[in-house]
Design a protein. Structure first.
Length: 363
């Protein structure tokens, strides 16, 4: 082991120079290292991924690999999940520690615990409410769900998770993304007047005791900074020009967008649906820009036109923080025996978080 190479040595390198270093380091490391690329990752980094996919798929595949080092080109909560699900001898690494998630940041342990305590002043919260956290959340919130017999969900399995949760208790506290919770519950036949939004900046979430008692879904007032840019009038305008278009939206988009969509689904479902669609079809997609652009390029040879819904730039800016410079820095350090930017969830927290994750994975 040597002294770790400083990131400053890489900051002014070109992407091409970093590419050479990345390939050389990966060749040196071989099967000891696996590079994970999330669907929303920029192309300059995505090209070096050994496997690509959504966050849970990547973490599961990495935990089943022979790799000692898991380099997650994603955001912080993803690397936490990789650490929790990995074997004890595996090490999870995030190339840039500043790569967070604005949605995940909208729900923290202090505010969720305060919400739980305030709900307990109105209802029997331990026996009436199942806490459900979207996987896009910090490890301590997954641990909170594990502590209170709750569960984690993804955009792929949200309905199955809500069904499980309602079988246990009559209400759900869903955080941090209100839109995934609302869109999924509505698809299950739960009416909008049985859902309330908990404003974490207000006492009692800004709700009356009557509203809390009536609600089946208590939705945390969080949202994705990318998917909030998609609006229903964008669909209307596009369909006026191209009425043959099929609209597909991620469930993190708002209710009004999802109601106008022909299909609603996770990133994996969006990719599968468009890839398997008939040739020469046209698609309007409401999810992150990098994914949509790659899908468009992939499907051009089939005569398909894949369009990004928002007229304004809408990419995951925190995901964008991971660049070839940080990836080269991490990999060259690993090749020299230096571990930098390790993500390690505290043991007691990891046990409870894994309980909530296992509740999901067992279904």
């Amino acid at each position: 082991m040597t002294t770790a190479f400083p990131i400053q040595d890489y900051a002014l390198l070109s992407d091409e120079e970093c590419g050479v270093k990345i390939k050389q380091a990966k060749a040196t490391l071989g099967d000891k290292c696996i590079v994970l690329g999330h669907h929303y990752q920029r192309d300059e980094v995505f090209q070096y991924a050994d496997i690509s996919g959504d966050s849970l798929k990547l973490s599961k595949e990495a935990s089943e690999s022979d790799a000692e080092y898991i380099v997650f080109c994603g955001v912080h909560f993803m690397a936490e999940v990789a650490d929790i699900l990995s074997r004890p001898e595996q090490i999870a690494i995030l190339p840039d520690l500043a790569a967070g998630c604005s949605m995940a940041d909208m729900a923290n342990k202090v505010n969720v615990q305060r919400c739980w305590d305030e709900l307990a002043s109105v209802i029997d919260v331990e026996n009436e409410v199942t806490p459900v956290t979207y996987i896009n959340s910090a490890a301590d919130l997954k641990a909170f769900c594990g502590q209170h017999e709750g569960i984690v969900c993804t955009s792929s399995n949200a309905q199955k998770i809500l069904e499980w949760s309602f079988a246990k208790r009559e209400k759900i506290l869903f955080f941090p993304d209100q839109h995934l919770g609302r869109n999924t519950a509505f698809q299950m036949g739960i009416s909008l007047d049985e859902m309330v939004v908990w404003d974490f900046n207000k006492p009692m979430g800004g709700l009356t005791e009557e509203a809390i008692r009536k609600a089946k879904m208590i939705l945390w007032g969080g949202y994705c900074s990318v998917h909030q840019f998609f609006q229903p009038d964008q669909i209307d305008d596009f369909l006026q020009r191209y009425p043959e278009t099929k609209v597909i939206a991620h469930p993190e988009a708002c209710f009004e967008v999802c109601q106008k969509a022909d299909f609603i689904g996770s990133t994996e479902m969006i990719l599968k649906t468009v890839r398997e669609a008939e040739e020469n079809s046209r698609w309007l997609v409401a999810t992150e820009l990098n994914l949509v652009n790659r899908l468009h390029e992939e499907c051009k040879s089939q005569g398909k036109n894949v369009h990004f819904m928002s007229p304004s730039l809408s990419m995951c800016s925190t995901m964008f923080r991971t660049d070839p410079q940080h990836l080269a820095w991490v990999l060259e350090n690993l090749a020299a025996g230096n571990v930098v930017n390790q993500i390690k969830v505290a043991a007691d927290e990891a046990i409870l978080a894994k309980k909530a994750l296992n509740n999901m994975l067992s279904l």
